[in-house]
Structure formats: structure tokens, C-alpha cells
Unconditional design. Structure first.
Length: 296
């Protein structure tokens, strides 16, 4: 090893940990893209902000008894996004496909929620989608766009055709989305239902909805949390989940079946780092739970 390797490093590597790509299990890719945002903008700054936060919070997980240092993680940097949405999604599709072919688990840090469509296009068939989000994102079009952060889940359902889509934490919809969800048999757990049922029954409900699927794509929109806990969401919705309930339900399904995942919609300039820290902590916990499951 030379002095260059000994005394230099990438300035922002998620968690401050860098396993070689060949030896890694999980590969971080930032996707600094928010071209279709319609309320707050700024999620393109999230990959950097979440990485910075990840360097300044502890990496031990009391929920699992593991430390992120025990996880073979490689940060591959950011996707080179394009001005055009379709081109960015195509690049993300190709990267996703390549990572999965290399037997890696992609971990995408958005960016707006539209990126999930690009990633899902790169996943082979038979992968169910589990989404934690305040919104259903099942509109056919919004403000003249048919591909955006408000329509991507409908595009996934129509184009990718996963065997199942499950949405958790729902509390902001329009009538069109409710009708489409019913017609398409897309189950969702509302915030009100989660509160009524309690954490353990909600865990059982989510677990049951995805029990028969061997592979799952996990997508987390930070606005599933109440704005009190994640004030810098791109599309904040009041009356959301608290952190503890969110992590309890989320971590219950983070097992060997997670083929790829993303965390999206952090707009870091709207607070002083609270939401970025929450995003980093969420990824820590998800990875530690996945790693514990892989180790048996």
C-alpha cells in the first residue's frame, strides 16, 4: 500500500466505510435527480446530504446487535443524471441490471421518487414492490406529465407488471388513485389503520401481504414520516408515522428477500440536517436487518 491509499480517501463515502466492489454485498448509488418535482425541489442534493449525515451518526444498531462496520458496503458514487427524465431512468435501469447481474444488492439514495421506475425496469420479473409512502403515486398524469413522482407507481404497475405492489403509511390520495388501486388490486395500509391496529398487528398485516414473494423491491419515501420527524420532505404531509412505529414495521420485512432498495424525497435545504440524519439512520437499520437475516 502506498501513501496515496494510506492517507487519502473519498471525501463522502456512505457511513465512512468502503469495501471493494468485488468483496461488497451492498452497493450505494446516489441519484441526484428531481426534474419532475412539483412542490418543493432540492432532492438532487440529498445523496450528498445523507452521506454527510451518515458520517456523523453512530453506526451500531441496538435493534439488530450489528454495526454497519460489519456490513460489506461499497459506495459507487452518484449516477450521472441527464436533463431528460427518460434518459436518466434508462441509465438507472442499466446500472441496476448490471449490479444485480454482479450479485450485488443496489441501495439507491434519491432524488425524487420517479427513480424507482428506472430501478424497477432493471429488475427481472417476479419482484414484488413494497412502498413506505404518504402517497399512492398512482395518478395517470399530473401537470401534463405521465412520468413523474406522482405517477411512477402506476407506470410500474402497467409497464413492469410486478406480481404485487403493497403501499404502507398512506394518507394523501385523490379519488382517481383510490379507484385505480381498487381496480388493480393494489393493497395499502393507511396511517389511520396502522394506528387503529397497533404496531404488532400492522407488522403481521404487512408480512402477510408479501409472504408469498421470493424477492422484494423496497422503496422508502421519507414523507411516510410525520413532518415533525422529517421536516425536509419534498412533499410533506401532516399526520404521519412516528419514527419508532415506522422502523418497527419497516425492519420487520428487511430480510433476505430484499433484492434492491431506495430511499427518496429528502430535500435537505428545508431543515438543518434532521431529515438527512433520519434518512441515513433508516438505511443503517435496513442494512443491518438485511445482514442479520443473511447470516441466519
Amino acid at each position: 500500500m502506498g501513501y496515496r491509499e494510506l492517507f487519502t480517501s473519498y471525501p463522502l463515502v456512505f457511513g465512512g466505510l468502503q469495501t471493494s466492489f468485488e468483496e461488497s454485498t451492498y452497493v450505494i448509488v446516489g441519484v441526484p435527480f428531481d426534474a419532475t418535482s412539483t412542490y418543493r425541489v432540492g432532492a438532487r442534493f440529498a445523496p450528498t446530504a445523507v452521506r454527510e449525515a451518515s458520517l456523523n451518526i453512530e453506526t451500531y444498531s441496538f435493534r439488530t446487535g450489528l454495526d454497519l462496520e460489519d456490513v460489506k458496503l461499497h459506495d459507487a458514487g452518484d449516477l450521472d443524471v441527464a436533463a431528460e427524465t427518460d434518459e436518466t431512468l434508462k441509465r438507472l435501469e442499466l446500472v441496476t441490471r448490471e449490479l444485480l447481474k454482479a450479485d450485488k444488492i443496489p441501495v439507491f439514495i434519491g432524488g425524487e421518487h420517479t427513480i424507482t421506475l428506472g430501478a424497477m425496469r432493471g429488475v427481472d420479473g417476479g419482484v414484488a414492490v413494497l412502498s413506505f409512502d404518504a402517497h399512492l403515486d398512482l395518478r395517470n398524469e399530473y401537470m401534463g406529465r405521465t412520468t413523474s413522482h406522482t405517477t411512477f407507481m402506476r407506470r410500474i404497475n402497467e409497464e413492469v407488471r410486478p406480481p404485487r405492489i403493497v403501499e404502507v403509511g398512506t394518507r394523501a390520495v385523490c379519488k382517481e388513485e383510490l379507484s385505480y388501486a381498487e381496480e388493480s388490486k393494489i393493497p395499502f395500509l393507511t396511517l389511520q389503520q396502522i394506528r387503529k391496529d397497533g404496531v404488532q398487528e400492522s407488522i403481521a398485516n404487512v408480512t402477510d401481504l408479501v409472504a408469498s414473494y421470493e424477492k422484494i423491491y423496497l422503496t422508502i419515501d421519507i414523507d411516510v414520516l410525520d413532518p415533525a420527524f422529517a421536516p425536509a420532505a419534498q412533499n410533506p404531509e401532516p399526520d404521519g408515522l412516528c419514527v419508532n412505529t415506522f422502523l418497527d414495521i419497516l425492519c420487520s420485512v428487511c430480510d433476505r428477500r430484499i433484492a434492491a432498495l431506495d430511499l427518496v424525497e429528502v430535500a435537505p435545504q428545508y431543515d438543518n440536517g434532521v431529515t438527512a440524519a433520519q434518512a441515513a439512520k433508516t438505511i443503517f437499520e435496513v442494512l443491518c436487518h438485511m445482514e442479520r437475516a443473511r447470516r441466519g
